[in-house]
Ligand binder design. Structure first.
Ligand SMILES: Cc1ncc(COP(=O)(O)O)c(C=O)c1O
Length: 359
């Protein structure tokens, strides 16, 4: 039976094995395991790829969000608006700095935050908004600019959106900062956890660097209580190799997504130019049943996310219904998407989905 994996990291890594092995060997030879030249090089190249200065690497995407909130002075008494359709980490990061996450619904079609959904939950305590470029679909520049112009701190959750653009501008160039995850399955994934903050303002990056590294001002002087959340040299070396391939991999994702769109059209969660297609998400009826049947014909799929933030046990009591996210949560199905996926596999997946929907 044909098997179409949801994604295939083994195939991806095999395609660049020589480069990865050499980069890892180099870090071992230099014993630069925390900080050091591999981290510095990667921070610079990742920033450059997004048209900002050098970024600040850290331990995870979740930490990238909370370090940024902290560096921008967001804390107790502040409310931070996050979308109902995202991974839990977006809200967790807010709690980690002592602030209160306020859940806003998403547009029922794009599943992204909009000015209207944000306005609906804004109060005098609202300090920041964390728009999520969900699935690698980028929030329009005009929305990000509008929130900034209203005086809100805008922290783009770009965990799923490496190299994404809106109106030709890379993520992280409109908000105060953008935060990335290098979790292995992301568009740019390491060999473990990792994260990065980029920003136009170098002082913000310096502050994130200080906080991520025990709040130190010199080797054994610490003027604030910080965290231990640094990017490992081995991760940085691997990520730097993979970053060199990311533009080509992203172009493949775009081409695959366009093929899916030409075949499935309005059944897909829509996107604008500049999307980087971390996930390829369809809206279907009888989703759970369809997912099981797809598995039987060798097609792996996922659900991102089956439980919106408005229904999460620790958030539900404080959150009014979010119909946009809640209706979608029962209908969304993430279909296979991988930069080295053969185009025939897209056709196979679509044939199966279409045949099952018609049955
Ligand atoms: C939208 C979003 N935000 C934040 C995160 C957190 O990233 P990490 O798992 O690296 O902490 C993720 C990762 O799954 C994510 O998808």
């Amino acid at each position: 039976m044909k098997h179409v994996p949801f994604q295939d990291l083994k195939r991806l890594h095999a395609s660049i094995k020589g480069e990865l092995d050499a980069a890892v060997a180099d870090v071992i030879d230099n014993t630069a395991f925390v900080g050091g030249s591999a981290v510095q090089t990667f921070e610079e190249s990742f920033g450059e790829a997004h048209e900002t200065g050098s970024g600040a690497g850290c331990g995870s995407g979740t930490d990238a969000l909370s370090l940024t909130l902290r560096a921008l002075g967001v804390g107790a008494g502040d409310e931070v608006i996050v979308p109902a359709m995202t991974f839990i980490a977006t809200a967790e990061a807010v709690v980690h700095v002592g602030a209160t996450p306020v859940i806003a619904d998403v547009d029922p079609h794009t599943l992204l935050l909009t000015p209207e959904t944000v306005d609906a939950v804004k109060t005098s305590a609202t300090r920041a908004v964390m728009p999520v470029h969900l699935y690698g679909h980028i929030i329009p520049a005009a929305h990000l600019e509008a929130w900034r112009n209203e005086g809100l701190i805008v922290i783009e959750d770009a965990a799923q959106a490496h190299l994404g653009t809106t109106d030709g501008m890379p993520v992280g160039t409109i908000g105060h900062a953008a935060c990335f995850s290098f979790y292995p399955g992301k568009n740019l994934g390491g060999f473990g956890d990792g994260g990065m903050v980029i920003a136009q303002n170098p002082a913000l990056i310096d502050e994130v660097r200080r906080i991520r590294d025990h709040g130190r001002t010199s080797k054994y002087v610490h003027d604030i209580v910080g965290y231990c959340s640094r990017l490992d040299g081995l991760q940085a070396a691997v990520l730097d190799v993979k970053l060199r391939h990311l533009p080509a991999w992203t172009a493949n994702r775009v081409a695959l997504a366009e093929t899916y769109r030409s075949l499935l059209g309005a059944q897909l969660v829509p996107w604008e130019d500049g999307a980087v297609h971390h996930l390829l998400v369809a809206r279907v009826q009888n989703r759970d049943d369809l997912q099981t049947k797809l598995k039987e014909v060798g097609v792996s799929s996922g659900i991102h996310y089956p439980v919106p933030l408005s229904k999460q046990p620790w958030l539900a009591d404080a959150t009014p219904p979010c119909p946009g996210a809640e209706v979608a949560a029962d209908e969304i199905l993430s279909l296979p998407m991988d930069p080295l996926m053969p185009i025939e596999d897209v056709h196979y997946v679509v044939e199966q989905v279409t045949a099952m929907a018609a049955a």
